[in-house]
Design a protein around this ligand. Structure first.
Ligand SMILES: *[C@@H]1O[C@H](CO)[C@@H](O)[C@H](O)[C@H]1NC(C)=O
Ligand SMILES: *[C@@H]1O[C@H](CO)[C@@H](O)[C@H](O)[C@H]1NC(C)=O
Ligand SMILES: *[C@@H]1O[C@H](CO)[C@@H](O)[C@H](O)[C@H]1NC(C)=O
Length: 847
């Protein structure tokens, strides 16, 4: 896995051949006026960390002067001198010029790059252990006296000790710019730059458009970068005074190699080098990235909208505000933002609403006073009718300083457990003066609704308790009924959706926003759950097609009382999906809770599930290669989102062809989260005695030992890929000659170099051979016996998306033969699996 990860990183960023590098080394870190560096000579810093010399990036043959890590197995360039002006051959020379500057000359002695003049008497250039290339007077090693340094002219990479930002006395603005491509280090479309307004912020720019806003700095972290708060690996420094605006970081543990970079694809990434062990090579691990979700998109929810990645839809208006255009909002076009329900009346007196856990709005036009207390800040804001909001500028020591916004509030997001308080001006009537009548109405509806829900709930829980009693005591820590009840406290009707709310901050995090449908609506939509409308039988019970009065088609999952899965899994699914939004995940529209009836309402998928087409002799030709490849990529992205990008780490645990739904354009959507598990922050593996999943798709370690992790989903994904390429079912495939199953068959073809024979003949000529081969290769990597050798989903997505990735050789898959599968079944007490082929099985292992 490390291997792949590593290779990929190199592919994406560098693809660097470095054919001529690192062979000849002058073993020196300095050149003087009389020395020079030619094509294949390098300088190496004292502690061997960095190397300087000429190189060719990626597939290019152009030569550039650059700095890269000396001891890292993946060529990683951190700085390029002549990024806009390559040398076309190997004639380049680096030396110290007449004006005490560094110059690069080409074969015809033309200066193709030079640093600023320094007028030094006896200048030397030195590559330092920090990766900084400096010019200094010979004998003067005081860093204050450096005459020029490459740290002032970074490319796409920020190293520890480097400062980004502004030097106000010289006007120098230091910022990062992406490479154009892996082959071309010239300035690309993305830049990461601090803006010297007050308080300062940084933006990731796409050309001249704000892509992501980072900041403002609140004394501890950038508002909106929750990860910085609990970081024990790095020390961040932010300075803003008359002389400078600067941001820098240090690595607390010297043995950690880390860098911050702006990628060509438009991400800011903090990476750390993970050394390989046991023969595998190391790789760059992404510690933090931005944008990491849709709420990071600049102004995703427009003015006065608040983005919360865990709510569905992700945009909400602040209290006291409503969508500017209800129509747009309904259609999920939310960038228009929100407007006040009641206009302000500055003379009669307005008030402030406190919003908690907020990434502060854009401060590019705001005002800051570091000496003011929050109280004075509020007074000042109240007096000035154009003041829209205020907040502490520094959260340390209980908060101090004052930021005032006199413009629309833009680009806010809400965080669970992080973020800070923002006080927003609203009319006095928003604060206290609700009309009595409305209040009564709300109380009545709240009481009614909660009574209904609680009763449904208690009944549900009783069923669950009953089931639980029958089962053997489960060692797995589970939330009990009480916890469940608390998750859905009082309900408050907000614009047609019910929104669970509770005053305590803890449960605000758990806020579950799900429209509730009443039983009547669902029953009439599905023609009273008629057999004609039945789509099939899932793990929960029957699934029905329906049509709402407004014409929207829905799929209704009805929890049957006799189903294997119980109310706890049902609610697990509801709460998991309610927090997720991705185009490759099926969308939950709402739920219906009525007495014992528990139902989930989904968007309807015209093309049903993947297995109903892929394994159908007549329909399978609908899936040409382009569609299949699109499906593979879509599933990979959906799964990556679950594993990594959704803020929750979710293991699906039951990925299979029948859980992949297809919309009218054959876009895949992962469904059935009944068995999904949300993982805690640093948990990587869980052991369960309760194995749920579907044989054939289950990884060896999960099926046999109940160990599941992201890598067990990767295994299931690999099986799916092989199924999609071959058009054959994992469970239905028996090779006539021996006991190989589909994976064994694929493996045999691979080892014989006949992998193309795996291809489903019904795809005809639609194939891209290289894509098919890549998919088979990646599929086999995913189903390797040992979990640690399987790639992560982020690697998988990269591998599938790269044109010519260098992939490691896969090892023999787990569960290659029918025998090994049967052995597994034998080791568990459950025999259900032998009769239920495609249905999710739940077993309790007897040990
Ligand atoms: C700004 O640049 C000047 C000239 O290079 C330098 O002397 C000064 O130390 C710099 N200021 C800061 C805060 O880095
Ligand atoms: C620094 O990191 C290395 C390797 O990652 C580790 O072995 C060592 O214990 C760490 N040192 C400290 C002080 O944390
Ligand atoms: C209100 O605040 C804005 C922004 O800080 C400022 O430009 C304006 O002069 C203030 N108006 C009054 C009357 O103080």
């Amino acid at each position: 896995m490390r291997n792949i990860n590593g290779r990929l990183t190199s592919l994406i960023f560098f693809l660097t051949l470095f054919s001529s590098l690192s062979k000849i080394s002058t073993a020196s870190d300095t050149i003087t006026r009389t020395q020079s560096i030619i094509n294949n000579q390098t300088l190496i810093s004292t502690d061997q960390t960095f190397q300087l010399g000429f190189f060719s990036p990626g597939n290019s043959t152009n030569r550039y002067l650059g700095i890269w890590y000396n001891n890292i197995s993946i060529p990683t360039v951190v700085w390029v001198a002549n990024r806009e002006n390559p040398i076309m051959d190997s004639s380049g020379i680096l030396k110290i010029g007449d004006q005490g500057n560094l110059v690069i000359l080409n074969g015809s002695d033309h200066v193709i790059w030079s640093s600023n003049r320094t007028n030094a008497n006896s200048p030397v250039a030195q590559i330092l252990d920090s990766g900084n290339l400096v010019i200094r007077e010979e004998g003067d090693t005081n860093s204050q006296n450096f005459l020029w340094q490459s740290f002032d002219y970074p490319c796409d990479t920020m190293l520890p000790g480097m400062k980004l930002g502004w030097n106000f006395s010289t006007g120098l603005d230091i910022y990062l710019t992406s490479w154009k491509s892996a082959d071309d280090p010239s300035i690309g479309d993305y830049s990461f730059k601090f803006e010297p307004h007050s308080p300062p912020q940084a933006y990731l720019w796409y050309r001249s458009l704000e892509r992501v806003r980072i900041g403002p700095w609140n004394g501890i972290q950038f508002s909106g970068v929750a990860e910085m708060k609990s970081d024990s690996l790095f020390k961040y420094q932010f300075l803003f005074n008359q002389d400078e605006l600067s941001y820098s970081f240090e690595v607390l543990n010297n043995s950690l190699i880390s860098r911050l970079t702006v990628t060509q694809s438009g991400e800011i990434q903090r990476l750390a080098w993970i050394e390989g062990s046991g023969g595998s090579s190391g790789y760059w691990n992404v510690f933090w990235r931005s944008p990491s979700d849709r709420c990071d998109n600049y102004s995703q929810c427009g003015p006065y909208g608040i983005c919360n990645i865990q709510s569905a839809p992700i945009c909400n208006c602040m209290q006291g505000f409503e969508p500017k255009s209800a129509q747009d909002w309904y259609l999920r076009v939310m960038s228009g933002g929100c407007v006040r329900k009641k206009s302000l009346d500055c003379q009669k007196g307005d008030g402030f609403l406190r919003l908690q856990g907020i990434k502060l709005p854009d401060t590019s036009l705001s005002f800051v006073d570091m000496s003011m207390s929050l109280r004075d800040c509020g007074q000042l804001c109240l007096k000035n009718c154009s003041c829209m909001a205020y907040s502490n500028a520094d959260v340390r020591g209980g908060g101090r300083g004052c930021i005032i916004w006199a413009t629309d509030l833009i680009d806010l997001r809400e965080f669970a457990g992080s973020g800070q308080d923002l006080y927003v001006r609203v009319s006095a009537s928003e604060l206290g003066g609700r009309h009595k009548k409305r209040r009564v109405a709300i109380i009545v509806s709240v009481t009614l609704v909660s009574a209904i829900i609680l009763s449904g709930w208690i009944i549900g829980c009783c069923i669950w308790q009953e089931k639980k009693k029958k089962k053997r005591q489960n060692s797995n820590p589970k939330k009990g009924c009480n916890a469940k009840i608390q998750e859905i406290p009082l309900f408050d009707k907000v614009g047609g959706t019910f929104r669970a709310r509770d005053k305590s901050e803890e449960s605000r995090k758990e806020e579950l926003e799900l429209p509730l449908y009443d039983l009547g609506t669902v029953a009439s939509a599905t023609d009273n759950f008629s057999n004609e409308n039945k789509l099939g039988e899932g793990g929960f019970g029957p699934v029905y097609k329906g049509k709402l009065a407004d014409g929207q088609e829905i799929a209704v999952k009805r929890l049957s009382r006799y189903s294997v899965q119980g109310p706890d899994e049902f609610m697990n699914e509801a709460s998991v999906i309610a927090k997720l939004q991705h185009r490759n995940l099926v969308k939950l529209l709402g739920c219906c809770i009525h007495g014992e009836e528990l139902m989930l309402i989904y968007e309807y998928m015209q093309n049903r599930s993947l297995d109903s087409i892929l394994f159908d002799q007549t329909k399978k030709s609908l899936l040409d290669w382009q569609k299949r490849f699109n499906i593979i990529i879509g599933i990979a992205r959906g799964l990556l989102y679950l594993h990594q990008d959704s803020r929750l780490r979710i293991i699906h645990r039951d990925l299979k062809a029948s859980n992949i739904l297809l919309d009218c354009k054959m876009n895949p959507k992962i469904s059935d989260f009944g068995t999904a598990r949300i993982f805690g922050g640093d948990q990587t593996e869980e052991n369960t005695k309760r194995v749920v999943g579907t044989y054939g798709y289950m990884s060896p370690e999960y099926a046999m030992n109940g160990l599941f992790s992201e890598k067990s989903d990767v295994f299931s994904f690999g099986v799916l890929v092989i199924e999609i390429v071959s058009g054959k079912k994992i469970r239905a495939y028996f090779h006539t000659e021996d006991d190989r199953n589909l994976l064994g068959h694929a493996w045999k073809l691979w080892t014989e170099g006949k992998d193309l024979e795996l291809m489903d003949p019904s795809m005809g000529d639609s194939c891209s051979i290289s894509e098919v081969l890549r998919c088979v290769h990646v599929g086999l990597l995913c189903v390797q016996e040992h979990a640690e050798e399987r790639p992560t989903m982020s690697s998988v997505v990269l591998m599938l998306g790269s044109e010519n990735p260098t992939l490691p050789q896969p090892k023999q898959p787990g569960f290659c033969t029918m025998r090994s599968l049967a052995e597994t079944n034998g080791s568990s007490s459950a025999k259900k699996s032998s009769t239920i082929n495609e249905v999710t099985i739940t077993t309790l292992e007897a040990r």
